[in-house]
Write a protein that binds this ligand. Sequence first.
Ligand code: NAG
Ligand code: NAG
Ligand code: NAG
Length: 170
Amino acid sequence: MEPLVALLHMVIAIMTFSKANTTVCTLRGEPVHPELWKDGDIIVGGVFSFHSSWEIRQLTYSIMPPPLKCISLNFRDFQYAQSMLFAIEEINNSSTLLPGVSLGYKIYDTCGSVAVGVRAAMALANGYEKMSVEGPCTKHAEVQAIIGDTTSSACMAISKGIGPFKLPLV
Ligand SMILES: *[C@@H]1O[C@H](CO)[C@@H](O)[C@H](O)[C@H]1NC(C)=O
Ligand SMILES: *[C@@H]1O[C@H](CO)[C@@H](O)[C@H](O)[C@H]1NC(C)=O
Ligand SMILES: *[C@@H]1O[C@H](CO)[C@@H](O)[C@H](O)[C@H]1NC(C)=O
């Protein structure tokens, strides 16, 4: 009996999907905003742990969990982000390196959480800021490359997530 029920669920799911409006790209879930950003012709993404921890809260599992409340400032990662901004400005200001191209950036704070880091990387790949966009969800990546995170476990999770988009991770 159970396989039959599972099959029925699958058929219903497929029917629902095929009926969905495929011409509008709608954001599922909450938008994710960067901590630091500047527009440019080429945008470089950054994922750093400006905080190294978050407040533990009792979850009720009856409502959506609220966003993490970050604690413990991590100056080392803030310094890394500053170095990234300095390099971007230096290349942007230079008349010999990439002349006529302005560089921008979008930098996210992960709070030291791998899950938040993956979410930030997905936001950098997809642009999780707009609630809905005209047309299908098949536009170009928001950023040309992602710098960070500073821990290898977060990097491994992020690289698995953005690998299919062929986005380089430094
Ligand atoms: C599908 O998208 C079009 C274009 O945005 C819109 O006009 C229409 O109302 C949508 N249909 C449904 C069923 O959501
Ligand atoms: C890059 O240079 C352009 C002008 O050439 C400027 O408008 C923009 O703010 C600069 N971006 C950064 C990140 O410094
Ligand atoms: C880039 O140019 C701006 C404006 O001239 C300046 O304020 C900034 O310090 C420069 N940045 C670097 C890294 O040279």
